[in-house]
Design a protein around this ligand. Structure first.
Ligand code: ADP
Ligand code: TRP
Length: 334
């Protein structure tokens, strides 16, 4: 098994990112057998597809790397790096641009969402983004790619590009990657609105728990979280029409590493006045130590940079043979 996944270093990591993505990566790393590889990277090249502040990009990359290590990614077991330091991603992208079809990219829903009405002024990078993502996984012959639901279409595209390349050039250069959409990964909703996703782009800071929030801030935000006046039911079915209640119970279950039914078995009949402090305790117990490790790691940013460089060196070694095989297949042998 070779697991490859990336996350954009956009800053402001929140509980949704932790439970929905990072925790799944850590679980995959921990389940790795001998001979398996896990490669996790900060997708800094992808971040260039929208307006960025260069200083922020650099610091977000280091901060996000620290958040991953603080959450349990072990740079001695997983290969942790930033994409820009492995030029094979960019070099393979250009080769794959010859294989990807405009019609395929025109179907990508994320481009339509992100470009909005003003498509003419979107960057070429935003449009071509899925080809870089294809190169990210194909360059390592990834077998499995953990992603959120919204990235499944991009991974389908990666498989189409790999298939067409292999067919066009009569080669078996690329392995077809399988998306892994974890059933354990919850969709964490806003603390202010149980029907909206918790997101870094929500203007209300009270809508999310940031990985940098103090214990006090975590407890306060959960205490003020939108809920309802009913008591907790004894099964998950009883939460069906109660989005805020369901969100808080889901968060509790994910943080405690248990199921929604198990949480309800313990808390059925309680109102939110009693449940919220219990939730705050679980949240602080998990997120407090992560925040502290993150702060300690960021005391020495150069050391974090060195961890990334070590990962990049390993990644460059793994990427080289596939890039070379793709170059050879298309006639770039000279
Ligand atoms: P945001 O929505 O805050 O901009 P991103 O789109 O950068 O977050 O997501 C980074 C990763 O975190 C992706 O793998 C995504 O699936 C996951 N993720 C983001 N928000 C949530 C959420 N509210 N619940 C679960 N997973 C999430
Ligand atoms: N596009 C992904 C996102 O926005 C991040 C990403 C870039 C990625 N390259 C990848 C994910 C390769 C998996 C594999 O969430």
């Amino acid at each position: 098994m070779r697991v490859v996944s990336g996350i954009q270093p956009t800053g402001n990591l929140h509980l949704g990112n932790y439970l929905g993505a990072i925790k799944q990566w850590v679980a995959m790393q921990d389940a790795m057998a001998a001979g398996d590889d896990c490669l996790f990277f900060l997708a800094d090249l992808h971040a260039l597809t929208v307006a960025i502040d260069p200083r922020e990009l650099a610091s977000n990359t280091i901060e996000m790397a620290a958040a991953l290590v603080a959450s349990g990614i072990d740079p001695d077991r997983a290969i942790l790096f930033n994409q820009a330091r492995v030029p094979a991603h960019s070099e393979l992208t250009w080769i794959l641009n010859g294989t990807a079809r405009i019609g395929w990219l025109n179907r990508m829903t994320q481009f339509k969402d992100k470009a909005g009405k003003n498509r003419e002024s979107a960057s070429i990078g935003l449009y071509a983004y899925p080809v870089l993502m294809a190169a990210d996984v194909l360059v390592y012959n990834a077998s499995h790619v953990p992603v959120g639901d919204d990235q499944k279409q991009h991974l389908e595209l990666a498989r189409d590009i790999a298939t067409k390349f292999n067919t066009d050039f009569g080669s078996d250069v690329f392995v077809l990657p399988e998306p892994l959409v974890s059933k354990a990964a919850p969709r964490v909703m806003s603390l202010r609105d149980g029907t909206a996703k918790m997101s870094k782009s929500d203007p209300s800071d009270a809508s999310r728990i940031n990985l940098t929030d103090s214990d006090d801030a975590i407890a306060q935000k959960l205490k003020k979280a939108k809920s309802d006046a009913d008591v907790l039911p004894d099964t998950a079915a009883g939460l069906a029409d109660r989005p805020e209640a369901r969100n808080l119970v889901t968060i509790y279950a994910a943080l405690a590493g248990t199921s929604v039914d198990a949480v309800l078995a313990d808390h059925a009949g309680k109102g939110f006045g009693a449940f919220k402090p219990a939730l705050a305790d679980v949240a602080v117990a998990t997120l407090g130590p992560i925040r502290e490790r993150m702060t300690a790691l960021l005391d020495d940013r150069a050391a974090m940079g060195a961890i990334l460089e070590k990962g990049a060196a390993k990644a460059r070694t793994l990427a080289a043979p596939t890039l070379r095989a793709a170059q050879d297949a298309v006639g770039l042998q000279v």
